[in-house]
Design a protein around this ligand. Structure first.
Ligand code: ADP
Length: 399
């Protein structure tokens, strides 16, 4: 079975074609600047590549470009779209409406539309992607939607209710939903496979640290808390996002700088975090390099990252009532040995011990704790696309 996994943003479309008999990648690519002008790049694992600047006025034309790359020319991997059995879509906001992946129906599309208000930038683009797929692949091709926050739907109210007037929860569904759920779920499943046992009875923290970052506290295989909230802004310091800040500090800055709500959003999402503190970059590698060259603000940004990570992990250890395993994933979690080392050193007090040689790894699945560490620590590279493809396969096979 071949499954096309797609992630449609308002001006972008990322795809991966996956062979589910071996769970291997067949081809992948990216359409950018949709609705602006257009750029396309497609690659295959054996090193073939195609690239062009054809105009991409909408998602339908972008999917036509994907079709061309998959079925013609240098990067051809299939004869026709008939060889693709189903399509799996990543959807950012499932609200409280969807707590599992589902087959796309008119009713499901209506549900995603109702949630546009909660994730205006994302859900609208996802819907455009679903509709464009139906036009290009035909209405009979099964499409499945996999929600970013579904894995977090097991959180109890004490974790997801914000202490603002309750009427805003009732009227506007303002609450913590969490994000990166597909990544947290993939890593949790992989951890169970590595341990060779189910996560029932286990207390686990998954640290997804990338440009956007979130932690999840997982008890008995179910999320009991996560750091991101109504939007992917809450939690600890990220590349260019501020994470949790005294809310009054934000309204104070807003008033002093005469910022509109949209400008305030921009400030919190695009100008804060590692970038805002260091003044260097939102990319950790640049910040690490600047700190190594003596840049004091870059050093401060790193201090904040290590400190806030430690503090939030500590909070989740308390929420879980202990910890059996800590898993690092995503760009920073998988690749930055120094971030893992600093955080694990800070956790020595609860019995975390890591082997520094094993920790000197990048992008590989490794147990980095020592045999006598009270808590097992792993690096587990995430694979959200595979998780989406697995869900899609399961749903389509049971049709
Ligand atoms: P996104 O949230 O956009 O998916 P990623 O998960 O790809 O982001 O993570 C991007 C982050 O990972 C960047 O801050 C980047 O600097 C960091 N990163 C990637 N490779 C390394 C590395 N070798 N060392 C340190 N940081 C790295």
């Amino acid at each position: 079975m071949k499954i096309l996994v797609v992630n449609c943003g308002s001006s972008s479309l990322k795809y991966q074609l996956i062979d589910m008999s071996t769970e291997t990648l067949i081809a992948k690519g990216l359409c950018e600047r949709i609705g602006v002008d257009g750029h396309f790049e497609g690659t295959t694992p054996d090193g073939r590549k195609t690239e062009n600047d054809n105009l991409l006025p909408n998602h339908k034309i972008a999917f036509m470009e994907v079709k061309k790359a998959l079925t013609e020319g240098e990067t051809k991997v299939i004869d026709s779209l008939d060889e693709i059995d189903a399509i799996g879509h990543r959807i950012v906001q499932g609200g409280a409406l969807f707590n599992d992946s589902v087959l796309v129906t008119d009713e499901v599309k209506k549900g995603i539309e109702e949630l546009i208000d909660l994730a205006p930038l994302h859900n609208e683009a996802h819907l455009q992607g679903i509709n464009a797929c139906q036009e290009v692949f035909g209405k009979e091709k099964p499409e499945v939607v996999v929600f970013d926050n579904a894995f977090h739907s097991t959180m109890p109210p004490k974790a997801f209710i914000f202490p603002v007037p309750y009427e805003y929860y009732e009227k506007y569904k303002v609450r913590r939903y969490g994000f990166h759920g597909t990544s947290h779920r993939y890593v949790a499943h992989r951890l169970a496979e590595i341990l060779g046992e189910s996560l029932v009875g286990k207390k686990v923290i998954v640290a997804h640290i990338g440009n956007g970052s979130s932690l999840s506290a997982i008890k008995d295989g179910k999320v009991i808390d996560t750091t991101m909230g109504l939007t992917p802004l809450d939690g600890f310091i990220m590349g260019s996002r501020c994470g949790g800040v005294d809310p009054s500090a934000i309204t104070y800055i807003q008033a002093k700088e005469d910022l509109s709500p949209a400008e305030t959003d921009q400030m919190m999402n695009k100008k804060s975090g590692l970038l805002g503190i260091s003044g260097v970059s939102s990319d950790l590698r640049d910040v690490e390099d600047a700190a190594a060259n003596g840049n004091e603000r870059a050093k401060l940004a790193l201090d904040l990252l290590y400190y806030q990570l430690t503090k939030y992990i500590g909070g989740f250890i308390a929420a879980l009532g202990g910890l059996d395993a800590l898993c690092f994933t995503a760009g920073i979690g998988e690749n930055s040995a120094s971030t893992r080392l600093q955080v694990c050193k800070n956790l020595e007090y609860i019995g975390v011990k890591i082997d520094e040689d094993k920790n000197n790894c990048s992008g590989k699945e490794v147990e980095i704790s020592t045999p006598d560490s009270k808590i097992k620590v792993f690096v587990i590279p995430t694979n959200e696309e595979l998780m989406i493809a697995r869900d899609t396969k399961e749903i389509v096979e049971n049709l």
